[in-house]
Each structure stands twice: as C-alpha cells, then as structure tokens.
Design a binder for this molecule. Structure first.
Ligand code: HPA
Length: 271
C-alpha cells in the first residue's frame, strides 16, 4: 500500500519534466496516436517515475507525453497498468492520484471493450455513463489517504454529466456517431465466457472490459471531473459464433482512432 509521500515523490518526478497540468488523458489498447496532437511534447517513460511498474501489453507505449493543446496543458498516459498483469487495483490507478497532484481538474479515460448491447458493432464509440464492478477489492481499500478524499466517497456521479453533455453536442456537431452505456469490469486476462456475457447483459451492462474502473473509482475519490469512452473492438463472447482475439481488438482500435481523436480534440478545446 502506498502513502501520500509515495504519491508526492512520483508526482514531483513528473512535474520536473512537465510542470503543472490541466487535463490528463489515459489511452487504451491501439489508441496511442492521439498523443501526436500535442504541441511541444515532452516524454517520460513509466520506468522513470518512482513506484510505477513498466507496461507489458502489446500496443501500449508505456510512457507519458505532455504538451499543449488549445492552450491547455495536457498529459497523456499512453498505456496502462492492468489488474491482469498482476498489479493491484491501487497500482492500476496509481497515476490518477499523480494527475491530481499535478493540478489536473479533468481526467479522460479511453479503453477497448467488448460490445454486449446488440445495437453495437466493432468500431462503435460508447461514452461511459456508469460502471459495474463486482470483482475483488477497491483501489481505495486500506487506510484512507485524506489528502485525496473521504473514507466513504459518493459514487452517484462518477462520469461527469457536464462533460457528457458537452461530448454529445460536440460529436453531433462533428457528425461522429456516439453511443452511451454502462461498462462492466471483468478481471481478465481470459475473455469472458458466453454465459458470463449473458449474465452481464441481464445485469445492465452494455460493454465489458479489463480496465478503467479502478481509475474511475480513484478519480471519483479525488474529485476529478471524469469522462470515459470505450471503443467497441468486438462483440462480446457468444454474441457471434466465433472466437475472440487481441489482434481483433487492435484492428478495431484503428477503425475508431480517427473519429475518437477528432472528438477528443474538440472536447478538450471546449473543456
Ligand atoms: N472482453 C473484455 N475485454 C475486452 C474485450 C472483451 O470482449 N474486448 C476488448 N477488451
């Protein structure tokens, strides 16, 4: 378990390179291109930040890129720390508290996810309205770090209504199709079984994935305004009579990268 001093030390190491920031953005599998939008970018590898494990997943760069976009200081985390890699939830969400210490008010999360809602297909962008996480501990389990937030934090408004309205309007203006729905966390690394997907659908999930929720809980605790998007890379197990693969996830990410980049760029301008 980490202490406030651990977080402070890590944040100081990033601040030396980036200075303070306004917005943090975490990019999921195959979505790294968005980092190229930044003006005057500076980079920092995960290994160069104390307490961060290196990223081990194919398609994840494993670095922070910080630069200016529409006059705002934006820090992009390209690659993330998944639970299935052996990280605790606290480790998975470690960087979120660093964003807070660096001065960010807004966090944007992106991920690749399997579609459960039958109106979705590979290439759908789903804005997350809420989430379901039934498995394992909370990233906040253990002594509360009061500098970040209260022991029992509210989870009624994790995904900012204001930013969702703004994103909906922006997507409509740009002609980018945007769906909305509930994201269910599953621990992975196996994809789910068809029976698990049927059960998640009954419980109210529209998409399923192996990331994002630990970060979202940590962001809610720290009072960050949060916006999150899933790129539907495949229909979840059992919806089609065919197996799932990580290659498929990477292929579909390429389909949505252009639209999602344009949407994020326009939303960041408005925030
Ligand atoms: N399940 C879980 N995680 C995923 C999937 C899926 O079908 N697709 C991309 N990430």
């Amino acid at each position: 378990m980490f202490t406030f001093d651990d977080y402070k030390k890590s944040a100081d190491a990033i601040r030396k390179i980036t200075g303070d920031i306004d917005i943090a953005l975490v990019l999921g599998s195959g979505l790294g291109k968005i980092a190229e939008m930044l003006e005057n970018p500076v980079k920092l590898r995960f290994e160069d930040v104390p307490n961060l494990p290196p990223s081990t997943v194919m398609g994840h760069a494993g670095e922070f890129v910080c630069g200016t976009l529409h006059g705002k200081r934006v820090l992009i985390q390209s690659g993330r720390f998944h639970y299935y890699e052996g990280n605790s939830f606290e480790q998975s969400a470690y960087a979120v508290r660093l964003f807070k210490l660096l001065g960010a008010r807004t966090l944007i999360l992106t991920n690749a996810a399997g579609g459960i809602n039958r109106t979705f297909s590979a290439g759908t962008i789903m804005m997350i309205t809420d989430h379901i996480k039934f498995f394992d501990e909370s990233p906040l389990r253990g002594p509360n770090i009061g500098e970040f937030g209260p022991r029992f934090n509210d989870m009624s408004y994790v995904y900012s209504k204001r930013l969702r309205w703004l994103s909906k309007g922006t997507a409509a203006r740009l002609g980018i199709p945007l769906k909305e729905g509930v994201y269910a966390f599953m621990p992975g690394p196996s994809f789910e079984t068809p029976a698990e997907i049927r059960a998640l659908g009954i419980l109210g999930a529209d998409a399923v994935g192996m990331s994002t929720v630990a970060e979202a809980i940590t962001a809610a605790h720290a009072g960050l305004e949060l916006l999150a998007f899933s790129c539907i890379s495949n229909l979840a197990a059992g919806l089609l009579d065919q197996p799932l693969s990580h290659d498929e996830v990477m292929e579909a990410a390429k389909l949505v990268e252009k639209d999602l980049t344009a949407l994020l760029d326009a939303v960041i301008k408005e925030i």
